[in-house]
Design a protein around this ligand. Structure first.
Ligand code: PAF
Length: 289
């Protein structure tokens, strides 16, 4: 017998009726913001949210403010019915799926810019992106007023931008990072994987393989520039157009010139296969002596 899908709120007023009632009853609420086209990676965020709160709200909103005119807003996958069916099997209390006018009424004119940490990496090639993300996430936080919110570590810069914004604006929300879920061949799960051609799908795991190899080499004390040069070339040989491949501090995203003595470092990359932009990151194991 199929399980009924969770109820869906379309308006801020209806969302707040649910959340206020839960808070009044002494229950905690976790929010999982998504743009839909849910895959197992999203579902792992939902499961983590349920471990942190009594109630779970999943938002589904393809946010125009984080896409540039030339990007894939028009073709971004949408499947609200399929998404609701997937969430029916999990502990989800409410789906929040506002339409564009509910989120951005006429004459909407505010944009939240998180300086510094939004610059470089994805912020360099998608300069509009983190402003759009920070604005919609701030709105989702203020609309829902959750106690906690879960974001995937695949979008690692996004996670840190949201953490910084939440801290800077004194939003009383615990921002939780969830580990990357991968396909058996290592490819990080992403809604955009569905747009890879069969040939590109077979090459795509090379992104993770190259990052893992780079992280291992860095942990043995190899020079950062040598390792990143080799990794970039390996990706190009595998058919990727590399947007960036960099080693950064794992908490501040500050550039690093050496791994020695650093407790936290990550190798982060964005690379394009065909028309699909993939991102991934891996932790650099602590340097071995
Ligand atoms: O990671 C995403 O799916 C989106 O950037 C988010 C956080 C839901 C904001 O639109």
């Amino acid at each position: 017998m199929s399980v009924p899908a969770p109820p869906t709120s379309r308006t801020v007023a209806d969302l707040r009726t649910h959340v206020d009632a839960w808070h009044k009853a002494g229950e905690t609420v976790a929010l999982v913001p998504t743009m839909g086209a849910l895959h197992d990676g999203h579902l792992s965020l939902v499961k983590l949210a349920a471990e942190h709160a009594d109630r779970v709200v999943v938002s589904i909103f393809v946010n125009p403010a984080q896409f540039a005119a030339h990007e894939d807003l028009g073709t971004y996958p949408r499947d609200e019915t399929g998404d609701a069916a997937k969430l029916a099997d999990l502990k989800v209390d409410l789906i929040y799926a506002p339409d564009g006018d509910e989120m951005y009424p006429d004459n909407f004119s505010t944009r939240i810019i998180v300086d510094g940490i939004s610059e470089g990496l994805c912020g360099a090639s998608r300069p509009h992106f983190f402003g759009g993300v920070a604005t919609v996430v701030a709105k989702l936080f203020l609309q829902t007023r959750p106690d906690a919110a879960v974001f995937g570590e695949k979008d690692f810069q996004q996670l840190l931008v949201i953490r910084r914004m939440t801290r800077d604006l004194d939003l009383p929300i615990d921002v939780i990072g969830a580990p990357i879920l991968r396909e058996p061949d290592g490819l990080a799960m992403s809604s955009r994987n569905a747009s890879l051609s069969d040939e590109d799908r077979s090459r795509a795991p090379d992104l993770n393989r190259v990052l893992q190899e780079a992280a291992e080499e860095l942990s043995t004390g190899e020079n950062i520039n040598d390792v990143t040069d080799t990794a970039r070339k390996a990706l190009e040989v595998a058919g990727f157009v590399v947007d960036y491949l960099e080693v950064r501090h794992g908490e501040t995203l500050a550039s690093l010139d050496t791994i020695k003595g650093k407790t936290s470092a990550r190798v982060l990359a964005a690379a394009i296969l065909g028309k699909t932009r993939l991102i991934d990151n891996v932790v650099v194991p602590e340097p071995r002596d």
